[in-house]
Design a protein around this ligand. Structure first.
Ligand code: PEP
Ligand code: MN
Length: 361
């Protein structure tokens, strides 16, 4: 597989400063709305325009996009404003039409990334066409599906790739439309270090109110850019009305972001950071040592249970541990959520160790 091309090979150098912004309406609605959005965004210094023309909707009868005729509107944007254009493709036909219309950047939506057949069809249509492709995370929190989609594109020679983190659908209602689950995107960056990553705060938040915060978090995590929905009249938008910003408010939101250096070069800062990081490593080692120690005790209990024919899982005991530990954690300023996640994981590991002992001859 060829290396992933740096962003500088396909984005103008004047636009490379973090955050690189790709903005535009969720959906292209009319030629006027598209041009109005583009002209307003351009006036705020945004040079890459997005608009969906084929819209995958969860339920039928929603607005499913204007389709092919929207391509001409995007061409017009490119001609009049000089902006680069981006749209979503979900099958080979979309790819063919978008490329024929000279769309600069394609993206694969979350509902497509989940489906290896669809991704492969798109990849096949893209063979020998080194067009930039942005791959959104799949709807469900499955990192391998995301990585798999990227690999299918790399296999056909696409090198101008970037990942878009748009959050993961969740059955439980939370304040977000799609839970960010930042750790999944962080793991993606660890697995494919050269892959640029953008955040799509619009689809994570589902509501304008949280966009500043989520964008800031993505910048603190060194994401390269933002894919963000902007509409001249968000309340009247034909899709995703609650999460879109006016170009003006988008510009204000961007001005409010605090962008910290991704790389540190100053020696004093590096020394101090180095010391603090060494302390963190020490704590992590101690945590691991303690968990190892816990497992040896757990195994002893396992032997004892085996000899005395007692079941591995003792529900009452486990509930007591969890209750006690959550209370203790709270006193230390640790949230119930985090304490219970950590201890549930430790508990599963303990049960696995004991089960292994039970099953040994
Ligand atoms: C979109 O960007 O408008 C879109 C449909 O996004 P997603 O695939 O992330 O839901
Ligand atoms: Mn949308």
């Amino acid at each position: 597989m060829k290396d992933i091309a740096p962003l500088s090979t396909w984005i103008n150098s004047s636009d490379l400063k973090r955050p690189i912004v790709i903005a535009g309406p969720c959906s292209a609605e009319t030629s006027e709305q598209v041009m109005q959005a583009a002209v307003q965004l351009k006036s705020h210094g945004i040079n890459i325009f997005r608009a969906g023309i084929w819209k995958p909707r969860t339920r039928p009868n929603g607005f499913e996009g204007v389709g092919e005729k929207g391509l001409a509107w995007l061409q017009e944007v490119k001609q009049k404003t000089g902006m680069m254009t981006a749209t979503e493709v979900a099958n080979a036909k979309h790819v063919e039409l978008a490329l024929a219309a000279g769309i600069d950047i394609l993206w694969i939506g979350a509902r497509t990334t989940v489906n290896p057949f669809a991704v492969q069809e798109i990849a096949d249509a893209l063979q020998y066409k080194n067009v930039p492709v942005m791959v959104k995370n799949p709807m469900n929190p499955d990192l391998n599906l995301w990585v798999g989609a990227l690999e299918r594109l790399r296999n056909v020679g696409i090198t101008k790739l970037l990942a878009i983190h748009r959050g993961f659908s969740n059955y439980q209602k939370t304040k977000y439309r799609n839970e960010p689950q930042w750790q999944i995107a962080i793991e993606l960056k660890r697995r494919i270090p050269n892959l640029p990553i953008f955040c799509d705060p619009s689809h994570i938040c589902g509501n304008r109110r949280y966009i500043q915060d989520v964008s800031q978090t993505s910048m603190d995590l060194n994401y390269h850019g933002l894919l963000i929905e902007a509409h001249p009249n968000p309340k009247e938008a034909w899709s995703d009305a609650q999460q879109q910003l006016t170009p003006n408010n988008l510009s204000k939101m961007l001005d409010n972001l605090v962008i910290r250096d991704a790389e540190v070069n100053n020696k004093n800062i590096l020394d101090t950071l180095g010391e603090l990081r060494a302390m963190i490593d020490l704590c992590d080692n101690q945590l691991l040592d303690l968990i190892e120690k816990r497992m040896t005790v757990v195994e002893k209990i396992g032997e004892y249970k085996k000899t005395n024919n007692i079941a591995v899982l003792q529900n009452k005991r486990w509930s007591n541990i969890l209750r006690r530990i959550i209370k203790k954690g709270k006193a230390k300023g640790l949230s119930e959520d985090v304490v219970s996640t950590i201890f549930k994981a430790i508990h599963i590991e303990s049960i696995n160790h004991q089960t292994k002992i039970m099953n040994e001859d």
